[in-house]
Design a protein around this ligand. Structure first.
Ligand SMILES: Cc1cc2nc3c(=O)[nH]c(=O)nc-3n(C[C@H](O)[C@H](O)[C@H](O)COP(=O)(O)OP(=O)(O)OC[C@H]3O[C@@H](n4cnc5c(N)ncnc54)[C@H](O)[C@@H]3O)c2cc1C
Length: 388
């Protein structure tokens, strides 16, 4: 059999575990965390206990060493529960991935192993700090600098929009070490513990959606980092920061599938209950077509995610496929949640019904981990240069 769209027994067990967790531990508190913006420590502590956090960390550091495809089933189910909670969990994976890919054994032992240890009152969180106030899409526009002084690196600058910043034990930080080279070896990645003197965490941003995932700025004022905290080699920063996306973009895209699936399920249910002109609105063809589009696009999005993850696990280059999954699923979840609000009519616009939250949560998928425009630039670059 050359093509198989099924999941392995282990993946089915993982999906069922994540689904039950999303249904029983995430959904009941999702509205509360959306309303208050309170960080979901309770859910994360339970997730850590049942083994749903830090799943990609290697076995040598106490993790499960799950593959990219395993991450698909987790991401979809958790985001089906609440994508704000899912993003808080996934932000650990984003910060850990470049350390997994390029970090020395001792760096991994110091920063990854403590994250997988059981029996903590609260799980440890971490954050990926690349974006700056003046540079998001244009990563080569980073201004945060790192200068070697003796056996220490000294960081100065600012970061912005960093998920988990207020709760992170450590940050994966990319800084400029040679302004003449930038992406060609002029950026270096560091692990910076949150309690390092000179590192200040800013105020929580109150965002449109995914409101419980903690987003803040950071400032670095002569922050000293030892040489051992360099991730990979000096000059590897750009390469590691981008390589992480080939793993994490499929997962973020599959989280968008989870939100879209949730919106579709709500819309299907409502369409059979709400009556207009003497019959359920599900009998109107205009409503049926919206539901059909949702079903087609949710399935198409999932297949793009799975293919890009499968390629990563198979050791194939998936940069184009990961960007395709990200662009498609981000735009798809926006369309699907907007149409779910439409199917609910006036009730869809009310906070008392579930779909307006999903529409607000959906928007960020077109912005973080590379905007929908940037994904199309990546796809075009791959088409024009690699596939010539
Ligand atoms: C809630 C949230 C969480 C985030 N979490 C993190 C995190 O954990 N870590 C982190 O490092 N970053 C994080 N980010 C930052 C995020 O990745 C950036 O916001 C994103 O990459 C866009 O950068 P920007 O905001 O500077 O927009 P800009 O780069 O200024 O872009 C503005 C607009 O111009 C478009 N644009 C830019 N360049 C081009 C071009 N060449 N062609 C066509 N259109 C273009 C963009 O698509 C966008 O529509 C987060 C952001 C948010 C809002």
């Amino acid at each position: 059999m050359s093509v198989n769209f099924g999941l392995s027994e282990e993946q089915i067990a993982l999906r069922d575990l994540a689904h039950d967790f999303a249904k029983n531990a995430i959904r009941p508190v999702a509205a509360h965390h959306d309303e208050t913006g309170e960080y979901p420590w309770g859910v994360l502590t339970q997730a850590h206990e049942v083994g749903l956090l830090n799943t990609h960390v290697g076995e040598e550091n106490g993790g499960l060493a799950l593959g990219a495809m395993d991450g698909m089933v987790l991401a979809e189910e958790l985001a089906w529960g609440c994508s704000g909670v899912g993003t808080a969990m996934e932000a650990n994976g984003l910060a850990q991935q470049p350390v997994i890919l390029g970090g020395s054994e001792s760096l991994k032992a110091r920063f990854l192993t403590p994250m997988t240890e059981p029996g903590r009152e609260r799980p440890q969180m971490c954050a990926y700090a690349v974006t700056e106030p003046g540079a998001g899409s244009d990563v080569q526009g980073l201004k945060t600098s790192a200068v070697k002084r003796g056996d220490k690196w000294v960081l100065n600058g600012a970061k912005m929009w960093i998920t988990n910043a207020g709760v992170a034990e450590w940050f994966f930080v990319v800084a400029v070490t040679d302004a003449a080279k930038l992406a060609r070896g002029g950026m270096t990645a560091f692990v910076v513990p949150a309690n390092t003197p000179g590192l200040t965490v800013g105020k929580k941003e109150y965002n449109m959606g995914q409101r419980c995932s903690d987003t803040r700025g950071l400032t670095f004022d002569d922050v000293e980092v030892p040489e051992e905290n360099v991730v990979g080699q000096v000059g590897d920063g750009w390469k590691l920061a981008m390589a992480a996306f080939d793993y994490t973009r499929p997962a973020v895209s599959c989280a968008a599938v989870g939100v879209a699936r949730a919106a579709m399920e709500h819309a299907l249910q409502y369409a059979t209950e709400r009556k207009t002109f003497g019959q359920p609105i599900a009998n109107h063809q205009a409503i049926q077509f919206m539901l059909s589009d949702m079903a087609m696009e949710v399935d198409a999005g999932r297949l793009l995610c799975w293919k890009s993850a499968w390629m990563k696990d198979a050791g194939l280059r998936n940069t184009k496929e990961a960007a395709m999954a990200k662009a498609f699923c981000a735009d798809m979840v926006m369309r699907t949640t907007t149409n779910a609000v439409q199917i609910y009519g006036g009730y869809g616009y009310s906070e008392e019904y579930p779909v307006e939250k999903l529409m607000r949560d959906a928007k960020i998928f077109q912005i973080y981990e590379g905007t929908s425009q940037i994904q199309r630039i990546i796809i075009a670059r791959e088409l024009l240069t690699r596939n010539k």
